[in-house]
Design a binder for this molecule. Structure first.
Ligand SMILES: [Ca+2]
Length: 190
């Protein structure tokens, strides 16, 4: 064997060692390791593009389609109301030590209107606010993040409670809609 062959042999051996090392690293990594936590399998996810029969909505809420995207919207029209968009199926949070709710919101919640995300751990007997949106306007879709770690290990019910009942902050109907609308989409709990 001449020295050129010896060098090639050494290179081949080094390369094979390197590749074996890479395989060893790969075997320790799972898909979950490679994905960020936000991309991990959610505990709950609904973009409202399929069957939405697990959601119950009181009169003030509508299921809407805008440019092919479906979402729910609370809009007062010509009356004040307090109404819920509620998930009728419980969500089991035992799979996460620090569950987080993320959803898309487009809203004008001003002039006495408010949007409350609420959780129940007693099958709907009582509800706890986990987020209150009021005196805030963002008519473009924005992701909301709500910490649900207080409910880790429990099974919850979830609802979106829209309210505009304060007569003192009435104002004229018809020309104030953007100030009192709440759109909700892409509900996800991780
Ligand atoms: Ca949608």
């Amino acid at each position: 064997m001449n020295w050129q062959r010896m060098i090639i042999l050494v290179i081949v051996l080094a390369l094979s060692e390197f590749l074996a090392g890479c395989e060893a690293i790969e075997s320790f990594m799972t898909v979950e390791d490679l994905l960020s936590p936000a991309d991990a399998t959610p505990l709950f996810s609904d973009d409202f593009e399929g069957d939405v029969s697990q959601w119950t909505l009181s009169e003030g809420w509508q299921y809407r389609d805008e440019a092919g995207n479906h979402f729910f919207e609370a809009r007062p029209g010509n009356r004040r109301f307090q109404d819920d968009l509620a998930l009728s199926t419980p969500i089991d949070l035992t799979g996460s030590a620090s569950p987080v709710l993320r959803y898309q919101s487009a809203h004008g919640l001003t002039r006495g209107a408010s949007g409350r995300v609420q959780v129940s751990v007693d099958e709907g007997a009582t509800w706890t606010d986990v987020q209150v949106l009021e005196d805030t306007t963002d008519l473009a879709w924005v992701e909301q993040t709500v910490d649900l770690s207080a409910f880790a290990g429990q099974t919850i019910l979830l609802r979106f409670h829209y309210e505009w009942i304060d007569l003192a902050t009435g104002g004229p109907f018809g020309n104030t809609l953007p100030s009192r609308v709440w759109r909700v989409d892409d509900v996800r709990i991780e």
